[in-house]
Design a binder for this molecule. Sequence first.
Ligand code: ATP
Ligand code: MG
Length: 1053
Amino acid sequence: MQRAWRARTPRCGGGSSSPPAPKKPSPGGSCASPEYNDDSEEDMFGDYDSFSGNDSLLAQVDDLEQKYMQSVDFALHPENLEDKAVVEPASGKLHIQHSKSKELLFSATENVNGFRVKEEDNVWKSPDEQEERTQELGDFSLDDLPCSQQLYFEEVDASTQQANANAGDNHMNSGLGRILNQSFCHNDVEHTKTNNEPSQNIIADLNKRKSLKDHLKSSMAGNAKAQSLQISKTKQLKEAILSKELCVAKETIEASSVDLGPFYGLPSKVKDLFVQFHGIEKLYEWQHTCLTLESLQQRKNLIYSLPTSGGKTLVAEILILQELLCGQKDVLMILPYVAIVQEKVWALSSFGVELGFLVEEYAGSKGRFPPIKRRTKKSLYIATIEKGHGLVNALIETRRIGDLGLVVVDELHMIGEGSRGAILEMTLAKILYTSKTTQIIGMSATLNNVGDLQQFLQAEYYTDSFRPVELKEYVKIRESIYEVDSKAENCFTFSRRLNFRYSSNLERMDPDHLIALVTEVIPNYSCLVFCPTKKNCENVAEMICKYLNKEYENHRKKEKQDLLMNLKNIGNGTVCPVLKRTVSFGVAYHHSGLTSDERKSIEEAYSAGVLCLLTCTSTLAAGVNLPARRVILRAPYVATEFLKKNQYKQMIGRAGRAGIDSAGESILIVQEKDKHLVQDLISSPLENCCSSLLLEFTKGIQNLLLSLVGLQIARNFEEICNFMCGTLFGVQRKTLSKEKSLSDIIKESLESLIEKGLLKRKIMSEKEQKSSSNLAITQLGQAAYKGSIDLAYCNALYRDLKKGLEGLVLESCLHLLYLATPYDMIYHCNPDWMIYFKQYTQLSAAEQKVADIVGVPESFITKKASGQVIRRDVDIGVINRLYLSFVLYALLKDTNVWMVSEKFNLSRGYVQNLLNSAATFCSCVLHFCEELEEFWVYKALLTELTKRLTYCVKAELIPLMEVAGVLEARAKQLYNAGYKTLAHLANANPEILVKMIEHVSRHQARQIISSAKMLLSEKAEALQEEVEELLQMPTDTPEGLLTAATENHEATA
Ligand SMILES: Nc1ncnc2c1ncn2[C@@H]1O[C@H](COP(=O)(O)OP(=O)(O)OP(=O)(O)O)[C@@H](O)[C@H]1O
Ligand SMILES: [Mg+2]
């Protein structure tokens, strides 16, 4: 039969955490964005050409079955597991064991049953009604859309109908409405009957799937029989009627027994989970008001804004659960940083395990494009801004954007921040343009020009000034502390004189009286000191500890010693000398020079109160949730730039967090010379969020236009103009670009793209003229957009790869590494010429040839190292790039960030960052090559290299590091303690895990286990889906088509 099963092209996407994708190639070919390409998954059907009589195949299915049974086993033997996992029925519908637990104190009233009725209706309606509803949705008024968008929707509609026709019995979500078919309803009836007996339900489910092998056998037999008998249309019709009747019955039964949602349309169990996992017993008043807003009930887009620590997340999480459980659609949550995504995946995995939805991580090198289409469970994608964009592109490309019911954007103000802001804007604009049914919710504490954002997102706005813990703002000028009061004449009112006694020596060392300020709160309360630079963080931490009383060392002494031991393990025997001196005082620095493992340990120790003072850079303000009683801003500067109001608000917002502190205060240290600037800062409003599309030319508008054509969202000048009018840039065009009109800007960008060979004008046929499509993407353009290559480097990449084809040195991976070294890092690199020379001389002859091929002559390095002046013209970009590939090469050989950072005299954080960037860029280059036939040879090579760069650790740790939030150090601990596989972790007992693993709290142990369970269940689901797809009877067999044609002929005759 199909040899296609055997020869697999490198898989599009394939996050490390992701299970195998359905094997159908996605329309349009490959994936839309960069990510790690995992080809480690076994091809289930290996070398087999045929199903019939193949015992090995059945053996493999047995294996698969075992994996599935293992996941079901969770449900049957909850005592083996953490707490009480509830398994969801295979239908994916919400069948929660209704807890009759204690009455909760939620202020959420029981009167919001009707909330989101629209969506619930859709789920519980009979097929007839569903069809009606689908038609209603399908017929939604297109009149108010621009014509290009109408065309877009019409096409989506047509392709959806086609897909539905092809999918036969499959239940699919169209872009414009959900179609529940009969077999889907049929399943539900079975589950409904046993709804009140969860365990029986599970057993029935288990029995039903008892032997996948039997199922496979009978299916094969069935298929053969059906094909030989040929399908009778009348029989199909009869079955359809029966299914419809069953569905009506199901609806009647369910109406009387299902907990329709006493908690904002959600089952009471959700309420319990918020108490259990977050300790939240009662919603704040504003949270209740917001959740019951008329606009939300009408599924309108919403922006809401409250001060830091106002509790915005909870509202978003409830809306997400409504969409997943009641709306039965997928949700995308976009968060600003990898670390925050990981934290959220941890936190929400426990909800997913309990409530039966999947949590999929899209950060760093994790996440698959396009995402696997799940048959039963709904997915919550938690993504960084970049990965979120890739995901949306992939969903648009595969015509699945309508599957996204809700998109939540946290820290919405980031839309105004440089290239990342531009990406966020593109993502949201594409969703708005291509899916009328996807709701968008944005939140932030620091928004000013809400009107623009509202217009862009077509959203309602909700705001409140609530903050559960009062935040008192102060500034310190000389020895006096003033309370910030924007209403006072000079913004400050005197509060007190700082009480301290400094020797003249100390006064010289600490002129800002930082020690006096921090010792007012530590060690009993926590304190953050924001510093302008990384170096300053380290200096301040050391300076403070130098003069702290020795008494401070006794506070939680043992735990601090443990932390130091832990840091030593992480550093393979070395601890950063600064941390070695400061940790014993409960003090540490926190910035990007630390490795992620170190950062995580320090954060954990700070959260547990073992560390009481962190000196940090501004990145911590928007980073992980590390609250403090007192926040001190060492100076009103970030690096050399004066502080912006948004930054100031975010930094001071870390003080006084609900549930942790009862009070919070911030102190900004001001020098006399900056006093007026600080007064301006305090009295000024927050900065406006302005579109960055134009500022970031190659990363912004050009990139957007290329992908619009590539995704066929817009195919000519007019359509592009239409699209652009709907962007934030379109809304703000008059203020952002006074000289040029929107159409001039678009024209210029298109010309530039055509000049670069990324777009071309099509010679149009008569038919095409009618549909006015005259722009097309070139192969190079397609490669650039699929690989998410910055257009500024696109031609250089093409040239380098082409040159590589002429003589790629494959004796080691150095040459390939050179090609995968990210361009954007080479201009900030200052090679140490002695190290460069030393590394060069240690290369083999073949490796030295690489230097020669790429254009780094030996004489150049030698002369530089000996300090000679060089007159020759050399490309410094190439020189730096080779140096960085030496660093990467050393990393791949040693797998030890510490040793390499020492060897190259670079900070370990920088080395790790280089490695992460190279892993991402390598997968970008891979996708670039996939689109260009001439680069076929790179595909296999880069697939392997991406994997090596992504997990630059010992192979045995990889399965553990796939679990969200498990970094190398933790993976090593777990592995050494005997937790060697994902299944080991998923089945672990948190109590035992805490005992076996040092420095793991009970809460962390639970989160690791929940994340592992989630990942295991994702993988099992994907395998199961793959099997079901394989077993599905094709609807287009030659026999079937023949019968249909004959029947048609007979009918007309
Ligand atoms: N109803 C509630 N009762 C008690 N605590 C709550 C409630 N709602 C939220 N919290 C807690 O308040 C803290 C801050 O909430 P959250 O992180 O949502 O703030 P935020 O508004 O997103 O702030 P920021 O803008 O700084 O991100 C969290 O620890 C959260 O668990
Ligand atoms: Mg928040």
